[in-house]
Write a protein of this length. Structure first.
Length: 351
């Protein structure tokens, strides 16, 4: 065997740019290695995939349809395409990942379903704004609203309460719309809310959930859960056509089973949320203000531009997509208090 020689260009072992900078958590890796022990049928016709799907049904306390894709862009885009015809539209927040970070994939996968953008405080869709879009036009020249897509937790780290979800469901019922949830950080939402996965999804009116494994500690992989089963008709074909049917699917489904069976999915999210709370405390201690309430594993902090520049010079990586002077800091399953202390010490010096 050759000795491995990993690149050492990263100046720091931990960063706060995104929770997908992290590696694979031990439980996911252990199950992945176990799945590597022998040959099994391909394309999801294996026991790992069956067990993972059943485990999702147990966890969500309902007989939902379960599918796996490689990433979140594909999960969201294909799920939305299955809820829409090409002449329909999807209402989402102006900060939604499907709008800002998926390169038009939802429109591409649906052959043209248009995204209609609504505003709302703290990254959340406000029912009034959504209703205004739904009722704005009813003529044939405008793409017919068919889906409300929301992100839990949101792109700015906040949480929809069941009451807020149900208010959107009421609108959806009134106007015959469906509800898609981008659960890139669904585990963090479960921990933060103290509610069950069922309470946060189908019991609050969600039809389809895209549940992200990558940000929770997997190497790669998303689960798509259809609570309204008829909506999943032919979804497997859609995945295959889009190049999202993994032939060695067990390497997505086994790590999922590892997260679910061992409870690591919750522990990982709990840890990330706890670390973000610690980071929030430290930043407030420096006199800094948050841009949004910290409710899960993301901290959005206001910092003077020169300090942001100095932090970059010191090798820290982070996103500032929220606007001038706003820094997003994400905690993950593996974030250490020591890394936070190092970050905060550098911020203190940079201010
Ligand atoms: C990370 C993320 C996704 C998934 O992104 P991929 O890079 O396609 O896996 C989807 N939605 C949100 C809100 C995200 O943060």
């Amino acid at each position: 065997m050759q000795t491995l020689n990993p690149p050492t260009t990263q100046p720091r072992s931990q960063q706060f740019a995104s929770d997908n900078y992290s590696g694979i958590c031990p439980e996911a890796l252990e199950y992945m290695l176990a799945a590597n022990a022998g040959d099994v049928p391909a394309y999801g016709n294996d026991e790992w995939t069956q067990r993972a799907a059943d485990r999702f049904r147990d966890l969500f306390e309902t007989d939902c349809e379960v599918f796996f894709t490689f990433n979140g862009t594909a999960a969201n885009s294909l799920a939305l395409a299955s809820l829409c015809q090409s002449y329909h539209s999807v209402i989402c927040h102006e900060l939604a990942h499907i709008e800002t970070d998926e390169c038009g994939a939802p429109e591409f996968a649906s052959n043209g379903s248009k995204l209609l953008l609504a505003s709302g405080d703290n990254g959340k869709l406000a029912p009034e704004a959504v209703e205004k879009i739904i009722t704005k036009r009813s003529d044939i020249h405008y793409p017919k609203p068919k889906v409300i897509s929301l992100t839990q937790t949101t792109e700015v780290g906040t949480l929809y309460s069941p009451a807020e979800l149900l208010a959107l469901r009421e609108l959806a019922n009134h106007y015959s719309l469906r509800i898609h949830m981008d659960g890139a950080r669904f585990a963090n939402a479960v921990v933060s809310s103290g509610l069950s996965p069922a309470e946060l999804t189908w019991q609050s009116g969600v039809d389809v959930l895209c549940f992200c494994g990558t940000k929770n500690g997997m190497a790669v992989g998303e689960a798509i859960l259809f609570f309204d089963r008829p909506l999943a008709e032919d979804f497997a074909y859609r995945c295959k056509q889009a190049g999202q049917l993994a032939s060695k699917m067990r390497f997505i489904s086994a790590p999922w089973l590892g997260l679910l069976e061992t409870g690591a999915w919750l522990r990982n999210a709990e840890h990330a949320n706890r670390m973000a709370a610690y980071l929030e405390d430290q930043l407030r201690g420096l006199g800094l203000s948050l841009m949004f309430p910290r409710q899960a594993n993301g901290v959005f902090v206001e910092m003077p531009e020169p300090a942001i520049e100095r932090m970059r010079e010191k090798g820290w990586l982070f996103y500032t997509f929220i606007g001038v002077g706003g820094v997003r800091l994400m905690c993950a399953w593996n974030t250490t208090a020591a890394a936070i202390d190092a970050l905060v010490a550098d911020i203190k010096a940079a201010l």
